[in-house]
Design a protein around this ligand. Structure first.
Ligand SMILES: Nc1ncnc2c1ncn2[C@@H]1O[C@H](COP(=O)(O)OP(=O)(O)O)[C@@H](O)[C@H]1O
Ligand SMILES: [Mg+2]
Length: 315
């Protein structure tokens, strides 16, 4: 079997001064050539994992390997294996797109005669050729992220860390960035991508690791995660929040299924949608509550997240 691109073994990290356990015994693996989506809400510990794996931060305990190389003893070799890009672009405002890439290429000790070619190639790949001679301060948010992504790829690393690459981007820039990432993956780059967006993980990732409060709470393919929940979800909708709360009490006192309340809806996980729906209709019918909607559906990743963390991802 091929050596995994990333092996994470029981990583823990506490920020002592702040008394925050940012990571608690986290383990997972990423196969070479695949995309891992590291999914979790703000403050879950995603960046801490990325910082540890990119040798910026030392864990308190646990170990990790990148392409079989040991993080603690072979950091210098590891540094040549990855690129890092993210939410905060590591580029200079006053330089042009081309100048930024050239500067970074020099820092990464790319051979002089190959620099110009490589920069052109990247600007083309990320649809920035026309803007290449404009200072960065004239770029849109999406263009900056694309340049940042290009900058992380100057030395053609086999592994790429993307820390919330699309947070704060408008939908169209997000789509463009997704396409760029998909292209890279097709060409063989392994990607670890952190995100708060289920849709993004669902779209790009082969495997999803969900973390919350520093702990790994789920690990699997998008469809495995959806299947964990059972086969269907019954959603009951009411007119207002008060009615929904009353209905939630009635429902949860009667049936054992996992259920969550979401604004004026109640979602109930079940193996048998129609049977559970009937049971629920009888319950509601014998109360004074007025049902305004009933739906039976397959669980979405949003439902998975909700059931795992109790958090609404859109809050
Ligand atoms: N340098 C630091 N000092 C103190 N606390 C930190 C530091 N970096 C991160 N944290 C805390 O650790 C937790 C995880 O942070 P982080 O990994 O940045 O989360 P995420 O990237 O998922 O939003 C948060 O509670 C955050 O406030
Ligand atoms: Mg972060």
């Amino acid at each position: 079997m091929e050596t995994p691109a990333i092996q994470v073994n029981s990583l823990s990290k506490t920020f002592t001064k702040a008394k925050i356990k940012a990571l608690d015994d986290v383990s997972f693996e990423v196969e070479t050539g695949t995309v891992l989506g590291l999914l979790g809400p703000n403050g879950a510990g995603k960046t801490t994992i990325v910082r540890i794996l990119t040798t910026i931060l030392k864990p308190d305990s646990g170990s990790a390997k990148i392409f079989g190389l040991n993080l603690s003893s072979q950091a210098n070799l590891i540094k040549r294996q990855f690129g890092l890009a993210g939410q905060y672009a590591a580029v200079d405002e006053n330089l042009t797109g081309m100048e930024n890439l050239v500067m970074i290429s020099k820092l990464t000790h790319l051979q002089k005669r190959t620099i110009k070619n490589r920069c052109f190639q990247l600007l083309e790949q990320f649809d920035l050729i026309e803007a290449k001679d404009r200072p960065l301060k004239t770029y849109s948010g999406g263009m900056r992220r694309r340049l940042d992504l290009a900058a992380s790829l100057v030395n053609t690393p086999p592994l790429l860390f993307l820390d919330e690459p699309t947070t704060g981007l408008d939908p169209q820039s997000r789509l463009m960035l997704w396409e760029s990432i998909e292209k890279l993956v097709k060409e063989g780059t392994t990607v670890l991508l952190t995100t708060q967006y289920l849709e993004e993980a669902d779209k790009l990732a082969d495997q999803i690791v969900v973390i919350n409060h520093g702990r790994l709470i789920a690990n699997g393919t998008p469809s495995e995660l959806k299947n964990q929940l059972g086969t269907s979800i019954v959603t009951l909708t009411f007119n207002d929040i008060q009615q929904t709360k009353s209905a939630f009490e009635i429902v949860t006192s009667d049936i054992k299924n996992k259920s969550v309340i979401e604004e004026t809806s109640i979602k109930i996980l079940t193996e048998d949608g129609p049977k559970t729906a009937l049971q629920l209709l009888r319950l509601i019918d014998s109360s004074a509550l007025v049902l305004t909607g009933l739906n039976i559906s397959e669980p979405s990743l949003d439902d998975v997240f909700l059931s795992l963390t109790g958090l609404n991802n859109h809050e």
